[in-house]
Design a protein around this ligand. Structure first.
Ligand code: MN
Length: 441
């Protein structure tokens, strides 16, 4: 497997002439350089931007000022597009060249080319940028890669046998719906659907979901795809990752319970999926790669098509995730959002490369801009459970909130926010911005 190198663009000492890129706790220092799509009141169409401190670097404005001259032709064309798909389709060596150029344009010292004299024309304050979906997402697949999530959920249905026999052999997933993927900030309407009949023999009701939940996940955007009929070997699957974003797989548990057998979730999850607008690239994440999940003795080794030494050594991501809730009453009384849980992507049983190798192993083709979800990222402790179904044990264990409210599942007006960051000694902390959505009735 090719690994993305750690290079001078990751140097902790690197400084930007954009002062806010050094604010303590910023998600967007010069070592990050995530891509997104935005527009402002002054632009007629969507443009590609790069987050730096409190600003967006406008790539079309950079093109117009010849700041990207010398880049490969495909990169130049891709930077003028209004989605990231063409950029995602560029070979990784060319995308890496763009990262180096962007780093130079924004660095304070030793730059070969700088954007500083053009700051007023190429920088847009993030508060003035309306973010859009970063890519045209043709296909979306959601996995179930957290063994702790699978065990917690399974134990509610099958206390004696929480994990199904396939779990440690095959990365479980389902084909999701791309048309209802929305960017952070888009309100999410509570779905109505057929709800589990309360007593055996009773007919189901069609009514608004009462058990609305979030799922704390990461999204993985695919870079170069593969031809139909040509599987991606696990040794090459890591290079198919363009970057990661936050993903909320909103789920209606009552609809899900009634409909999921025998073909899996359907309307319980296709009414909305929220993602964060900034895609943090595989290049930016290079310093935060860690070993794949350490399988305890007694667990089977992955089958050969899902196992490579490189992926086992560095296929994981040390990436901290956090979810917080703010209810309408909390906001009106001035209470800050309350943190519900924290978890880490390194605890997933399957690596993203294994998900990609598995997805394509029967010949299925992936395309640039396709999105994979990791599945709910939960950990071993109660504080690391990534959805309300687990946190409240399907509503039995209600959460106490500031101001005296309690929650089993989400109520109208509740706002859920995900954040994520990577930290490692000797490297700059990088973050993902946020994925936010308020429930409306
Ligand atoms: Mn999910």
């Amino acid at each position: 497997m090719k690994t993305t190198p750690i290079d001078e663009t990751h140097g902790a000492a690197l400084r930007s002439w954009v002062e806010s890129a050094h604010a303590p706790g910023t998600d967007f220092p010069i070592q990050n350089l995530p891509f997104g799509v935005f527009r402002t009141s002054g632009t007629e169409s969507n443009r590609i931007g790069v987050a730096i401190g409190e600003f967006v670097l406008d790539l079309r404005a950079c093109l117009e000022r010849s700041l990207l001259t010398g880049m490969p032709t495909r990169i130049l064309a891709a930077c003028g597009e209004s989605t990231l798909n063409a950029l995602m389709a560029c070979p990784d060596i060319e995308r890496r060249a763009l990262r180096h150029r962007l780093s130079h344009l924004l660095r304070a010292e030793g730059a070969q080319v700088t954007a500083k004299p053009h700051a007023a024309e190429v920088l847009v304050p993030q508060r003035e940028a309306r973010m859009a979906l970063p890519a045209r997402i043709s296909d979306y697949t959601d996995f179930y890669a957290s063994i702790d999530h699978a065990t917690n959920v399974g134990s509610m249905m099958r206390p004696d046998n929480p994990l199904l026999p396939n779990y440690k052999w095959v990365p479980i997933g389902y084909h999701g719906r791309s048309s209802s993927i929305v960017v952070s900030g888009t309100p999410v309407r509570r779905p109505s659907g057929q709800i589990d009949p309360s007593a055996a023999g009773q007919p189901p009701h069609f009514e608004p979901s009462k058990l609305l939940d979030y799922e704390l996940e990461m999204g993985i955007f695919i870079a170069e795809g593969n031809e139909l009929g040509t599987p991606v070997p696990v040794t090459e699957a890591g290079a198919k990752i363009f970057g990661l974003c936050l993903l909320n797989d909103w789920s209606a548990r009552d609809i899900q319970k009634w409909e999921y057998q025998p073909l899996g979730p359907f309307l319980s999850k296709n009414f909305a999926t929220s993602i964060s607008p900034w895609v943090v690239t595989a290049e930016a994440l290079a310093p935060f790669r860690v070993a794949a999940f350490h399988r305890p003795e007694g667990d089977p080794a992955p089958l050969p098509h899902l196992k490579s030494a490189q992926d086992q050594a560095l296929g994981g991501f040390d990436l901290n995730l956090e979810v917080s809730l703010s209810t309408r009453a909390m906001r009106s009384h001035g209470h800050a959002p309350v943190r519900l849980s924290r978890s880490n992507v390194a605890s997933l049983y399957w690596t993203p490369a294994q998900m990609i190798a598995h997805h394509t192993s029967g010949g299925c083709n992936l395309n640039p801009g396709d999105l994979l979800g990791t599945g709910t990222v939960s950990g071993k402790t109660k504080e690391s459970r990534g959805c309300l179904l687990e946190l409240t044990m399907r509503g039995k264990d209600r959460l106490a909130l500031p101001g005296g409210e309690t929650r089993a599942f989400l109520e109208d007006g509740d706002e859920i926010t995900f954040t994520a960051s990577c930290e490692r000694e000797g490297f700059a902390r990088i973050g993902f911005g946020e994925c936010r959505g308020v429930v409306i009735g």
